[in-house]
Structure formats: structure tokens, C-alpha cells
Write a protein that binds this ligand. Structure first.
Ligand code: ARG
Ligand code: ZN
Ligand code: CA
Length: 254
């Protein structure tokens, strides 16, 4: 499709301790980050090394807090509940009221984002397109969400949500999920073959899999580097996300 797809978002805040009941400001800061990162209007895109800068592309997707609820009533696009669960895992319990969370809104019409306490060092996780609709969406640790309030360095620039929404739009990890091997692929042709994930703040270039002289595209949102280091989607990744919007997610957005 041409142009920009605008996606309605519902944020389900599931909190145990009061600090986890994040303020509306923290939520709107995350929506702003998504809109910058998926339109390549993020100021730090200029940190892309010149070897890769021609590939840093406008994703042509925008996000807004839903204004109409599934029953047709007006909404802020934010709902909240307190839970007895001290922290969740990646088992989708946060996605239903009966297991201490909040139910999804219809996945055909909304991007569901759950914000909650997560255990085990998990920053977030996503469901790829084609899965069950009652668990569709992304789950984000409250302190890895947005840029203010409980957001904590080095995951305080909203990039965990950018990364997980990349998965939700069918992007794979840039190293191909093969451990540290050179056989896995992210199914995108313009990202260099890469060994394993990068963490922290690598120095450019970081070489693996005979991918010199430019090495890994570690400044990509689909690597595991710190928020301040991930600044771009590639042209091929944008094509893959747009194919998802034309295919399994064609019902969403305008
Ligand atoms: N699913 C990944 C994790 O929990 C998210 C990594 C996001 N990385 C980041 N710099 N925000 O580890
Ligand atoms: Zn991931
Ligand atoms: Ca690999």
C-alpha cells in the first residue's frame, strides 16, 4: 500500500504496586516515540553510520490512542486495573482478566499494548501476525515503556515498544535467531548476515559472519542494543512490515 497507515492503540495498564500504575504522560511519551521511529523522524537517526544511512527508511506507520472503544463508546485508549500478580511472564496471563490481567480489544481493529511488571529480566514480548486474536499485541515492562515516569536507563527511550511492534508487524531479529550462527536469516535482504545479538553500546564496525567492512547493522531496532543505540529500520524491513499490513494485518488502520 502507499501512504501512511494510522493504527489505533489501546494501552492496558496492569499494576501491582502503585508506581507501576504509570501516568498518562508516560503513555503519550511512548506513542510519540513510536510515531518518530516508524516515520524516521527520530532525531538520533543521524547516528546511523554513513555505510547504512541510505537504508534507514520511513516505516509509513503512525499510532494514536484509540478514541472509540469496541462497544462504540468514547475512550481515552487507556484502561487500568490493579492485580494481585507481583510480576508476569511470557505466558499471556496478563492478557485476560481471569488470570489477573485485562482482556484484549479486537485485534482486527486495535494494536493491544499491555504494560505491567515482568519477571526474569524480560523487557517485553510480542505476538507475530497470524496468531490467536485474544492474545494479539505486545507486552512491555512498565520501566521499559515511554521516556518519563518509571522509565529506567538504558531502556528509557521507548525502543522496547518499537522493537516489539516490529515483531508484531512480522519483523524477525536481525541476527536470524540462530544463536550466534551464520545460517539464520531475518528474511530481509538489505540487513547484513549477522552472528548473534549485540548488547549495550557496540563500537562501529562490529564484524561477524564475514560481513566486513561495515559489519552488523547493530543500530537497527531489531537488535538487542541499548535504547540509545537503536535508531533505524531498513528499506527491506519496511517492505516486510508493509507486506504484513497488506496481508495478515490488512484489517487494521486507515
Ligand atoms: N524482547 C526483548 C527482551 O526482552 C526486547 C529487547 C529490547 N531492547 C531494547 N534495547 N529496548 O530482551
Ligand atoms: Zn525481539
Ligand atoms: Ca545469525
Amino acid at each position: 500500500r502507499d501512504g501512511v497507515t494510522r493504527i489505533p492503540v489501546v494501552v492496558h495498564v496492569v499494576w501491582n504496586t502503585a508506581d507501576q500504575n504509570i501516568a498518562d504522560d508516560q503513555i503519550t511519551s511512548q506513542i510519540e516515540v513510536l510515531n518518530q521511529d516508524f516515520r524516521r523522524t527520530n532525531a538520533d537517526v543521524t547516528d546511523t553510520p554513513s555505510a547504512f544511512s541510505a537504508l534507514a527508511s520511513d516505516g509509513r506507520v503512525e499510532f494514536f490512542l484509540a478514541e472509540t472503544a469496541p462497544d462504540g463508546s468514547a475512550t481515552t485508549g487507556i484502561e487500568r486495573r490493579q492485580t494481585e500478580t507481583p510480576s508476569f511472564g511470557d505466558d499471556d496471563a496478563v492478557k485476560s482478566f481471569g488470570s489477573g490481567g485485562l482482556d484484549a480489544w479486537p485485534a482486527a481493529d486495535y494494536l493491544n499494548i499491555w504494560v505491567c511488571p515482568l519477571g526474569g529480566g524480560l523487557l517485553g514480548y510480542a505476538q507475530f501476525p497470524g496468531g490467536p486474536s485474544d492474545t494479539d499485541g505486545v507486552v512491555i515492562l512498565h520501566s521499559g515503556f515511554g521516556t518519563n515516569g518509571t522509565a529506567a536507563a538504558p531502556f528509557d527511550l521507548g525502543r522496547t515498544t518499537t522493537h516489539e511492534v516490529g515483531h508484531w508487524l512480522n519483523l524477525n531479529h536481525i541476527w536470524g535467531d540462530d544463536g550466534t550462527g551464520c545460517f539464520g536469516t531475518d528474511n530481509v535482504s538489505d540487513t547484513p548476515n549477522q552472528g548473534g545479538p549485540n548488547y549495550g553500546r557496540p563500537a562501529f564496525p562490529h564484524l561477524s559472519c564475514d560481513n566486513g567492512p561495515d559489519g552488523d547493522m547493530f543500530m537497527n531496532y531489531m537488535d538487542y542494543v541499548d535504547d540509545a543505540v537503536m535508531v533505524m529500520f531498513s528499506t527491506g524491513q519496511v517492505a516486510r512490515m508493509q507486506a504484513c499490513l497488506d496481508g495478515p494485518r490488512s484489517s487494521i488502520g486507515q
